[in-house]
Design a protein around this ligand. Structure first.
Ligand code: ATP
Ligand code: MG
Length: 474
């Protein structure tokens, strides 16, 4: 949205601190590393203080900066607007932009996993018939959502916004800015259970989205998720139940995975029936795709166009990214994040992969589960042991619970490490961190083996996958 520094100061309740009140911006950045010439730089206080990067931001071509301190102009002539709290100012600017987008339909997508995938699928399906603007990458929080709204071109017909929640109240704050007419909840799982108060707290939080929808709006819920019945009672909007339940409004049937783990299924809708072959890997993507289809069909796209949009959607990086190396090893890099539902989904899909060698699963901690951590890591280990994995490499904090779960399900091997044997049942090894796991796997993995890598992002297990791809193809 195009604004002058003076307008920014007025909308955000701030004041001109320096420079030209008529300086004009139409794009906004919170990270000077990705700032583009002409941007408004918003100096947030996060892990790092944005005020430390003002000089850098202006050197890269920022026109205006939003600050909360009485700083001196970092370069001659720099335009500075001072506000009490730049993050709140960013939200206020986005709220203002939303008010001006009176003809835009806003689709908000939340859920414990699959938000980014569903957002990308929805954007591709809707873009076949409407002008779409969608959250970049996984921009789903109190800064990413306002940036998404502010970067929407003037002629945007449908804005597709990802919304995440780590703490209670996050979704309510985001819907207040974006005011969606359509809300999608992929499913309610256990991600961020620690801060949100278990699964009940998570359902309560996600419910803030459907509660905010107008009576003329639409709530798209996962028919196979047991939280959906309650969520349906919390909205004035019309409800569409979508997914793998025979009585759903849009039904997913006949799901199969091909040799590359790409999901194929049949979509049955009030607009017709169609086979779909996704480029995305994993069975769980069919529900995301069906929800995306529901939104696009409701917004007027033809079934044929919707299917073509779903089928061309590519995975975002580090989500079930499969590489077949020159030395005959399959590496599935799913190290973007991990939670009980997404880890279980990855393991279940991995079990479908046809391999001539062994299946190795490298599983690291699922963070932010609080008092549920031990139980959920045990369940993960038990699932790995029950789904035909040959070698389970448990990494880092909580590894002992994964091992315990696997042992309870009949695994063998030493929790202190040691070479696993080939044969029936899963062998278990533990590694203290990503570097140790990399060293172990580089020696261990052989032609014909397949390796799944999965953990919360902070654990950095993508390095294991990268090393395997590099090492194995070197
Ligand atoms: N419906 C689903 N059920 C279970 N796991 C899923 C589902 N959809 C995606 N996943 C898995 O969850 C992980 C994250 O996917 P994605 O990035 O789409 O989710 P997200 O909700 O946007 O995550 P974040 O909260 O980090 O933004 C990936 O490993 C992906 O394969
Ligand atoms: Mg995301």
């Amino acid at each position: 949205m195009e604004l002058t520094a003076r307008e920014i100061a007025r909308i955000a309740g701030g004041e001109m601190l320096a420079g030209d009140p008529d300086a004009r911006v139409s794009s906004y950045a919170i990270d000077s590393r990705v700032l583009e010439p002409g941007d408004c730089f918003v100096a947030l206080r996060g892990v790092r203080d944005g005020h430390d990067f003002l000089t850098d931001a202006f050197a890269k071509g920022a026109i205006v900066a939003l600050v909360s301190e009485a700083v001196d102009a970092p370069v001659a002539g720099a335009t500075l607007v001072r506000v009490a709290e730049p993050l709140a100012a960013l939200g206020a600017l986005a709220g203002h932009a939303r008010t001006l987008m009176a003809d835009t339909t806003v689709v908000a997508i939340t859920g414990s996993a699959g938000k980014t995938a569903t957002k990308d699928l929805t954007a591709a399906a809707v873009a076949t018939s409407r002008r779409v603007h969608a959250s970049p990458l996984s921009f789903n929080n109190e800064s990413g959502l306002p940036l998404t709204v502010l970067s929407a071109p003037d002629n945007t017909e449908v804005l597709i916004a990802e919304m995440g929640a780590r703490f209670a109240g996050n979704i309510a704050a985001l819907v207040e800015i974006a005011r969606p007419q359509v809300g999608v909840i992929t499913h309610v799982g256990m991600a961020h259970a620690e801060h949100l108060g278990g699964r009940e707290g998570i359902a309560r939080e996600k419910g803030e989205l459907v509660e905010a929808l107008p009576a003329s709006g639409l709530a798209v819920l996962n028919a196979a998720c047991d939280a959906s019945a309650d969520l349906a009672t919390r909205t004035a909007a019309r409800v569409l139940r979508v997914g793998r339940a025979p009585d759903a409004d849009i039904v997913v049937r006949d799901v199969v995975l091909d040799d590359e783990l790409r999901a194929r299924f049949v979509l049955e809708t009030p607009w017709g029936r169609a086979p779909v072959a996704l480029a995305l890997l994993g069975e769980h993507q069919v529900e995301n795709a069906a929800m995306a289809a529901a939104v696009a069909l409701e917004l007027g796209a033809s079934l044929e166009a919707v299917v073509s949009g779903l089928e061309v959607t590519q995975t975002a990086s580090l989500r079930m990214e499969m590489v077949r190396t020159a030395t005959g090893v399959v590496v599935i890099n799913d190290a973007y994040n991990s939670s009980p539902t997404s880890a279980a989904a990855a393991i279940r899909s991995f079990a479908h992969l046809r391999v001539t060698g062994r299946r190795l699963a490298v599983l690291g901690p699922m963070l932010e589960l609080g008092s549920h951590a031990a139980e959920e890591h045990e369940a993960l280990g038990a699932l790995a042991a029950a789904t035909g994995i040959d070698v389970l490499v448990a990494v880092g904090e909580g590894a002992e619970h994964i091992v315990e779960g696997a042992r309870g399900a009949g695994a063998r091997g030493s929790a202190a490490g040691g070479a696993p044997r080939r044969g029936s049942g899963v062998s278990v090894v533990t590694m203290p961190d990503a570097a140790a796991a990399t060293g172990y796997l580089i020696d261990e993995v052989r032609f014909g083996d397949a390796v799944l890598v999965k953990a919360s992002r902070a654990v950095g297990l993508e390095a294991v996958a990268d090393a395997l791809v590099r090492g194995a193809s070197a």
